[in-house]
Write a protein that binds this ligand. Structure first.
Ligand code: AMP
Ligand code: ZN
Length: 118
């Protein structure tokens, strides 16, 4: 998708701070971090969202990248939250499948949001 910002990151057309990558996925720092650690994981190939006929190996690679990112960001022991916003009501703003891995501070305990907890 030529007009997709995450495809541009995957293609190297837009600079990004790479945290982890392999042949299937790329993890890079969110441009507007909501926590001290805030990394995005995307498949190299464009899928709009998790319901977009995503192959099993791609879904597996996305999840397998999560602990790699956590280790790279130093939050393996302290913990982190993994979020996949999907569609309008899910708050998805970039229509290229991605996971958020956020950590480095306490999250709100009662809701799955970016809201800062105590
Ligand atoms: P979502 O709201 O789940 O679609 O999340 C999209 C995320 O992409 C937001 O947290 C943005 O800050 C982030 N973002 C948008 N453009 C870029 C970019 N060029 N590089 C890194 N992160 C980006
Ligand atoms: Zn894309």
């Amino acid at each position: 998708m030529s007009d997709c910002v995450f495809c541009m990151v995957a293609n190297g057309e837009i600079p990004a701070t790479i945290v982890f990558e392999n042949e299937t996925v790329i993890a890079f720092e969110d441009i507007a971090p909501q926590a001290p650690a805030h990394t995005l994981i995307i498949p190299r190939v464009h899928y709009a969202h998790v319901g977009d006929d995503v192959p099993d190996d791609v879904l597996l690679a996305l999840m397998k990248a999560v602990p790699e990112v956590a280790a790279a960001k130093g939050v393996t022991e302290s913990g982190y939250r993994v979020i996949m916003n999907t569609g309008r009501d899910g708050g998805q703003t970039v229509n290229h499948l991605h996971l958020h891995v956020i950590g480095g501070r306490r999250m709100a305990e009662s809701m799955v949001t970016f809201t800062e907890g105590t």
